[in-house]
Write a protein that binds this ligand. Structure first.
Ligand code: NAD
Length: 492
């Protein structure tokens, strides 16, 4: 990529330049260097992409599922072959460490593997003799052109929460990457181009809010998936469903953890620090609030402070770096403002990551981990999604109080508990109001064969990403009731 390179869209089986004339820089957050420019595609360009997708639908639908998945087997091979290169691209445009990028691509590949099981996953149901001589069955048919709208923080994985399932089920797809991290999908589409899928089955459209709205309004698009912030998720969900589309929208998060005094100190400290500061806190499953119960406060505040202060911050491409920069200067400013607000409302900075330059990377968007203790319940730090390397800590006396705190939040993406007590773990699993639960796990990310189950303001819709939910989302059921008579001359 070069600074002057303008990214292309992909549709009708080939690459197209955008004629919008409006572009944004794609920046390496570790260095501030411009890597390329991304076009903000116009509604007319979205229309051309959508029409090309629609034109491919009938033939793709008629292609047997067993033949459709042959492309996915080859895609898996290509992703494995280009594993390191794709991981490096993620680190370059997003800032996370190379190890984190490798984990991300591994998750993408796992979704391709699961979708290869579509001949079984898409099976229907059959019931013989629902009445005398009458049988009834349910078949799954593809829903139609599907749009996949993505956030900046997992540019390699999140499109794969959907794309392999949509394709395997017989739908053409249109992927809209984040305008902040569009390079990984650019490369993935170069690989897809090599698969020689029928023209129009896979499409890439770059752009921002106006491009997204054109997708939400386009009549041939039948299904929309979205992952991003809650405010935008709400907008996507209401606009796309008002237009009669099937839609699921995963939103933001504020993930609490509860630490009980009996939790294993070394394991819990390491896991909680990874959850809070991994990906520079820019994970929708990042721990953002740690609630210590009883004696746990005395043990875990110093242990977590040591882990936070000792984390190696720098360019994610450099060996030994444990935390990269945040995505942009604007994001850095927003996080600094939130840390200040947290201190003003009574939080104490046990570790203060605000003075945070990295030598040789003066133009990078670096912060170091921050640990704020005694943050007030109901305050800004306790309630706001920070999406940066900041862990707020609170202290309560009982497990019940801790669960009540967890359940008082507006989000429900993830909640975790650290303990050796099976009884406490069971109570927590039963009562916690979040869709992804971790017990002695800090990033409770469901494997590809389980749904990514956000609740409350972290999710709008019914069916989630990945696995069987994705198969249901990308297919519509048709129920057939049939009567066949042995003797058509017999009086009915
Ligand atoms: P974002 O909401 O700013 O952007 C996401 C997508 O929406 C982008 O493609 C962007 O172009 C588009 N968009 C932005 N504003 C829009 C508007 N006004 N109208 C139409 N489209 C618009 O999110 P982000 O900053 O890229 O990603 C971070 C957010 O994503 C965090 O809140 C994080 O929690 C969330 N996230 C959630 C999950 C989950 O599974 N729940 C996973 C990853 C990230």
């Amino acid at each position: 990529m070069t600074e002057t390179q303008i990214l292309h869209n992909y549709s009708a089986g080939g690459w197209q330049g955008s004629s919008s004339g409006e572009t944004l820089p794609v920046t390496n957050p570790a260095s501030g260097q411009v890597l390329a420019r991304v076009p903000l595609s116009t509604p007319e360009e979205v229309d051309r992409v959508a029409q090309s997708a629609q034109a491919s639908f009938s033939a793709w639908r008629h292609t047997p599922a067993t033949a459709r998945i042959q492309y996915l087997f080859r895609l898996k091979d290509l992703l494995e072959e280009h594993f390191e290169e794709l991981s490096r691209t993620i680190t370059l445009e997003n800032g996370k460490t190379l190890e984190e990028s490798r984990g991300e691509i591994r998750r993408a590949i796992e979704n391709v593997e699961v979708a290869c099981g579509i001949p079984t996953l898409m099976l229907g149901d059959f019931s013989e003799d629902v009445a005398r001589g009458i049988d009834e069955y349910m078949i799954r048919q593809p829903v139609g052109v599907s749009a996949i709208i993505c956030p900046f923080n997992f540019p390699g994985m999140i499109p794969f929460w959907y794309m392999p399932y949509a394709l395997a089920c017989g739908n053409p797809v249109i992927v809209k990457p984040s305008e902040r991290t569009p390079l990984t999908m650019q490369r993935v589409f170069e690989l897809l181009d090599g698969l020689k899928l029928p023209a129009g089955v896979v499409n890439l459209v770059n752009g921002g809010a106006e491009t997204v709205d054109a997708l939400l309004d386009h009549p041939v698009i039948r299904a929309v998936t979205f992952v991003g912030s809650t405010a935008v998720a709400r907008h996507i969900y209401s606009r796309a469903s008002a237009n009669g589309k099937r839609v699921q929208a995963q939103g933001g998060a504020k993930n609490p953890l509860i630490i009980l005094p009996d939790a294993d100190v070394q394991m819990t400290t390491s896991i909680v620090a990874d959850s809070a500061f991994g990906n520079a806190g820019q994970r929708c499953l990042a721990a953002s609030l740690a609630v210590t119960v009883g004696e746990a406060d005395r043990i875990f505040v110093p242990a977590l402070a040591e882990a936070a202060a000792g984390r190696v911050v720098g360019d994610g491409l450099v060996d030994g770096v444990q935390m990269g920069p945040v995505i942009s200067a604007q994001s850095r400013e927003r996080i600094l403002g939130l840390i200040q607000a947290g201190i003003e409302e009574g939080g104490r900075a046990v570790v203060d990551g605000r003075a945070s330059g990295v030598a040789g990377y003066e133009n990078g968007y670096f912060l170091r981990p921050t640990l704020l203790r005694d943050i007030p319940a109901g305050g800004r730090i306790a309630r706001t999604e920070i999406f940066g390397p900041v862990l707020g800590m609170m202290h309560v006396d009982t497990v019940d109080q801790a669960i009540e705190l967890v359940n008082s939040g507006e989000y429900g993406n993830m909640a975790c508990l650290f303990t050796r007590s099976g009884a406490a773990a069971r109570k927590f699993r039963y009562e916690a109001q979040a869709g992804n639960i971790g017990v002695n796990i800090g990033v409770a990310a469901p494997m590809a064969f389980f749904p990514f189950s956000g609740w409350k303001n972290s999710f709008f819709g019914a069916l989630h990403a990945q696995g069987k939910h994705a198969v249901e989302f990308f297919t519509q059921t048709k129920v057939v009731v049939e009567r066949w008579l042995d003797d058509w001359s017999r009086k009915f």
